[in-house]
Write a protein that binds this ligand. Structure first.
Ligand SMILES: Cc1ncc(COP(=O)(O)O)c(C=O)c1O
Length: 383
């Protein structure tokens, strides 16, 4: 096959005229930091998820950090999460003084194995963090039942899950806390950004204080009309707020969610068809319970070639790729953690060296997917 001249990226944000206009309008408005656009974006997330509260933040990492702190997670606590997740979660757990405990995943779907997670619950376990991996929801009924029985808090890692539904409920709509990401590769973007959704008035107060220096009123309420510029701080906080410039982009993206996710779904279907039956390649598994997949990622497993070699070959064909994720339990600092439990992660180990994410983003053309399929076939000797 003929190698394309231009590089096909692994991901690319879909930014159109409306997003650009929204930013320009915001810049001209005189208010560019946290304000009415962030509020409207938060309201949009309440409508999408059905949660009563949404808090916009500078990233999902910030959201995870504050959520763990607001739930009182700290030294001596354990937090159960899969090892195949982004390191930010492990970093934030560690930053609070707690320890991650890794549960295994299902080999096909790469989603948390709830039975294994349940077996790991100890007196120290405070929180469980399932990941809606690649846009497919974790088995929330199972996880919620376990959390109820063992009095655990659940934080849904919904970084991949804008537009993901489990049995008709959107991620974040289960009465616990969920954290979304708007990093540029995500299903909707604000450049960088995150959202915590939840249903708890007291938690809301805590997280909003932690988000902005520990100050009761954000800048909008201090400097706006009839605002009061005085403040007191009862306990210190961070500076993790989203800006109105970012939220302006987020509002347009949110309005385009259905259109963009529909396109992702179509591209994923092309991949499923174009890559089926290739010896040495496994396609993404999807959960057997009712759900809507947001197709954030298309993660294949490569069996018949060293992944390193496969990645080199993709580069030669001018194709980008991603790795979601290098297992957390193999990170140097995690391996060095003293006193950490180290459960056997059979399925995680089995897929760790095989997984690879192929290009997937709404503005990708049909012919781009077909090109990737042909290249993969050729690379794996089936061309
Ligand atoms: C599963 C998962 N969790 C959390 C994050 C962190 O998101 P952010 O980059 O917005 O902090 C990511 C980002 O890639 C992710 O993929």
């Amino acid at each position: 096959m003929k190698i394309r001249r231009d590089f096909l990226p692994f991901s690319r944000p879909s930014i159109g005229r409306a997003e650009i206009k929204a930013v320009v309008d915001c810049l001209r408005s005189g208010w560019i930091t946290t304000g009415p656009k962030c509020k409207a974006f938060e309201d949009g997330f309440c409508r999408l998820t059905g949660a009563s509260h949404s808090v916009s933040l500078s990233s999902a990492t910030a959201g995870m950090h504050l959520t763990l702190l607001a739930l009182g997670v700290g030294k001596g606590d354990e937090v159960i999460t899969p090892s195949i997740t982004f390191a930010s979660t492990l970093n934030m757990i560690t930053m609070t003084g707690a320890r991650p405990v890794f549960a295994d995943i299902d080999y096909d779907t790469l989603i948390l194995d709830a039975a294994h997670a349940e077996a790991l619950i100890s007196k120290r376990t405070k929180v469980i963090i399932p990941v809606h991996f690649a846009g497919a929801p974790a088995d929330m009924e199972r996880i919620l039942a376990m959390a109820k029985n063992c009095r655990l808090k659940v934080i849904e890692d919904a970084a991949h899950a804008v537009g993901t539904y489990y049995r008709g409920t959107h991620a974040g709509g289960f009465g616990h806390t969920a954290v979304f990401s708007f990093h540029p590769i995500k299903n909707i973007t604000t450049g960088e950004g995150g959202m915590v959704v939840h249903n708890d008035e007291e938690f809301d107060r805590k997280i909003r204080l932690l988000r902005f220096h520990g100050i009761e009123r954000d800048a909008w309420r201090r400097y706006g009309k009839e605002g009061n510029p005085e403040y007191d701080i009862q306990s210190p906080g961070f500076k993790y707020n989203l800006t109105d410039i970012q939220a302006s982009v987020g509002l347009v993206q949110l309005a385009r969610l259905e259109e963009m996710n529909h396109r992702r779904e179509r591209l994923a279907a092309f991949y499923m068809e174009g890559l089926s039956g290739i010896p040495g390649l496994e396609l993404p598994g999807v959960p057997d319970y009712p759900h809507t997949h947001s197709w954030h990622l298309f993660v294949v497993k490569v069996l018949s070639l060293e992944r390193e070699r496969f990645m080199q070959k993709l580069s030669e064909y001018n194709i980008g790729y991603g790795l979601h994720f290098p297992p957390g339990h193999r990170l140097t600092y995690v391996k060095k953690m003293r006193g950490a439990r180290r459960p056997r992660l059979k399925e995680t180990e089995r897929c760790a060296g095989r997984i690879l994410s192929l290009p997937l983003y709404p503005d990708m053309g049909d012919k781009d997917v077909h090109y990737v399929c042909d290249a993969v076939k050729e690379i794996l000797g089936n061309g």
